[in-house]
Design a protein around this ligand. Structure first.
Ligand SMILES: [Zn+2]
Length: 253
């Protein structure tokens, strides 16, 4: 089985006591590619350091929750970090109107500034959207994007929205929530878009798949996501894994 996790936070505190074991399990079971993601400037430094240590890739960026507290020179600092060859994307960046921990206008400003950085650096975007699909779409369809543009992480809208983002060139990040009994909407999206537009991810330590709900998520559990996707699309797990690794190479190089 080939496992690909395009969205992990292995440097977070919930992995501090056993990250070596967590990585070992993932690699032993077929883990071939992982992107470790930062959520602000300092956290992105940590994300990169952990990625390097285990031979993984990293993304650097400021999450919408953290956008109100960015240092003045945050773009320069992200640019500096992004020079590292292990940094394959700018993220996670985006808009989150569900928790609204930063004012909307600040979220938008910081989101757009980071898209401009990614476009200048020719690196794809890893985008976080929560209850803000309209505004994210409006921004993404009105600015210059990197080519390929990247991934909508933890995609949670319906098939119509999925097809609109795919038209802009994005892939969809599908994670543990596709295994939740009530989430017929996301399973419809998977069936509607097909394997060509899908990347697998965990968002660990968050969003565990059904068998581990209420517990810590980890990269190995992306296999439950892969199994569900191959089941929905009627292809073998081997074939789905190979294709998703190809997709990740297409987007992140
Ligand atoms: Zn995340």
């Amino acid at each position: 089985m080939i496992l690909v996790d395009t969205h992990a936070h292995l440097h977070f505190g919930r992995f501090s006591s056993d990250v070596d074991d967590v990585v070992e399990r993932f690699k032993r079971e077929g883990g071939k590619y992982l992107i470790n993601i930062g959520i602000n400037v300092e956290d992105s430094e940590k994300a990169l350091k952990t990625a390097r240590k285990y031979g993984f890739k990293a993304a650097v960026g400021v999450h919408p929750h953290d956008s109100k507290s960015v240092p003045k020179n945050y773009i320069e600092r992200l640019e500096e970090l992004a020079k590292d060859k292990n940094v394959v994307a700018i993220g996670e960046i985006g808009l989150d109107y569900y928790r609204n921990l930063s004012p909307k206008e600040v979220q938008k400003k910081v989101f757009i500034e980071q898209i401009e950085l990614a476009e200048a650096l020719k690196k794809p975007l890893i985008i976080h959207v929560r209850q803000a699909y309209e505004d994210v779409y409006e921004i993404l369809s009105s600015v210059d994007l990197p080519d390929p543009p990247g991934v909508i992480h933890a995609f949670s809208a319906d098939l119509d929205w999925a097809l609109k983002f795919i038209k802009l060139g994005f892939m969809l990040g599908i994670g543990g929530t596709v295994t939740y009994p009530k989430n017929e909407k996301l399973r419809n999206v998977v069936k509607g878009v097909g394997i060509d537009s899908i990347l697998t991810e965990t968002d660990c330590p968050y969003l565990p798949p059904q068998p581990f709900r209420g517990r810590r998520n980890e990269p190995l559990y992306v296999k439950y996501v892969l199994e569900k996707i191959s089941d929905l699309l009627n292809i073998s797990v081997e074939e789905a894994g190979k294709k998703i690794l190809n997709n990740a190479m297409e987007v992140f190089g």
